[in-house]
Design a protein around this ligand. Structure first.
Ligand code: FAD
Length: 362
């Protein structure tokens, strides 16, 4: 499986049988079902890790309703799906938001991501859940323009922020880990100040983390501020200040060189709503024969779709992906006979799965 994060733009569009938007559990299983029908796929996801909600929202929590897996964490389910689709070698393009989808004159689709990655796809399967997961931002005018520079959603190297005034916003494990890592740096590599800002006094982390944090706050290595960010100040095009409405009614101005935002992720339907597809309460309307949208060649599976009786469960998405694969096959190869084959007994499927040599010719 080739994994590309932030793949290069400008090159020729990548030609594929099917383009899958979303690497959640249903998008990943879609690769498998397409693969059994000898349809190659490229998968794009806004997140930097595959697994959709299972990994982004409940990686360590067990699921109990996946057939034949009495208990399995969100992360484990994603790993198992990735293992299952490996024989089909899908391209996995992570950290990419699909923003454009256009039908070309020849009936194929031109698909592009915000950062310029382009595809030429025979069919498109939208497995986009509730939309692209993007980091939540404090609602402050002027901050978004600094994203990727002074405003960040990851902490790769705490020591790179030596001598800076760093403000961490958030009350969960990620924000606490960042504050601890910054205050833990070697003395010469520490930030000038580390402030942790959360809207409530209560933080959401395990007792060990909270104890470590309390120790650093008591030692003066971390300043904990209860309040809401309300504004920011700039000088010469750089952020220099974050204004906080503190819980006691006071307004604080924290000096700022780098803002680490750890407020979690929220899904944005975004561009999908602009592609002219039939929507019902922000979900794509599909038939239940092939989970096709009202636009030939575009299918929708998993949490993004709606039809009478729809249930937003992974097992339902897996069924939808199975029938959508047959729909994609009929769309791409209307002339091809497609007998149903079992993975247990079909030499052809064994060959595709790499579990037996291909059948001898003739
Ligand atoms: C706390 C919690 C517990 C749950 N427990 C269960 C359970 O026990 N059993 C169960 O069956 N279900 C459970 N669910 C529901 C289950 O997680 C969803 O039904 C499932 O994740 C849907 O899978 P999906 O692949 O359709 O979408 P998602 O998992 O939402 O994945 C969609 C992916 O598409 C990406 N995407 C969207 N738009 C774009 C775009 N324009 N460009 C690029 N990428 C895009 C998103 O970033 C995302 O990664 C739970 C959900 C939650 C929140």
């Amino acid at each position: 499986m080739s994994t590309q994060a932030g793949a290069a733009s400008g090159a020729e569009p990548l030609r594929t049988d099917a383009l899958i938007i979303g690497a959640g559990p249903v998008g990943l299983f879609q690769v498998f079902q397409l693969g059994l029908l000898e349809i190659g796929a490229q998968v794009v996801d806004a997140l930097r890790e595959p697994g959709g909600q299972c990994v982004a929202l409940y990686a360590d929590k067990p699921l109990y309703d996946i057939p034949a897996l009495p208990s399995c964490s969100g992360q484990e389910l994603a790993q198992r799906l990735l293992q299952q689709i490996r024989p089909f070698k899908p391209g996995l393009h992570l950290g990419q938001v699909v923003s454009e989808l256009q039908r070309r004159a020849d009936g194929r689709f031109a698909v592009a991501t915000r950062s310029g990655l382009r595809f030429d796809a025979g069919a498109v399967v939208i497995a986009a859940g509730a939309g692209a997961f993007v980091p939540r931002m404090p609602k402050i005018e002027g901050l978004a323009g600094h994203e990727g520079a002074q405003v960040r959603h990851t902490l790769d190297d705490a020591e790179a922020l030596a001598g800076q005034h760093v403000v961490v916003v958030g009350g969960g494990e990620i924000a606490i880990d960042w504050a601890l890592a910054l205050s833990d740096a070697r003395p010469a590599q520490r930030p000038a100040s580390v402030s942790l800002v959360h809207r409530r006094d209560a933080l959401e982390a395990d007792p060990a983390r909270l104890q470590a944090l309390r120790g650093r706050i008591a030692a003066g290595a971390i300043r904990f501020v209860v309040g809401q960010p309300t504004g920011c100040g700039e000088a010469a095009g750089r952020l220099v200040r974050l204004d906080i409405a503190a819980a006691d009614g006071a307004t604080l101005a924290l000096p700022l060189d780098t803002l680490l935002v750890g407020l979690g992720l929220s899904p944005r339907l975004g561009p999908i709503a602009d592609w002219g597809l039939a929507l019902e309460r922000r979900q794509l309307r599909v038939d239940t024969e092939a989970y096709a949208t009202d636009s030939p060649g575009i299918f929708a599976v998993g949490d993004i779709n709606t039809y009478p009786g729809k249930k937003k469960l992974i097992v339902c998405g897996f069924h939808e992906a199975t029938l959508a694969a047959w729909g994609v096959a009929r769309h791409l190869h209307p002339e091809r006979a497609m007998p149903l084959q079992y993975t247990t007994t079909s030499p052809r499927l064994h060959a595709l799965l790499g579990v037996a040599p291909p059948p001898a010719a003739g």
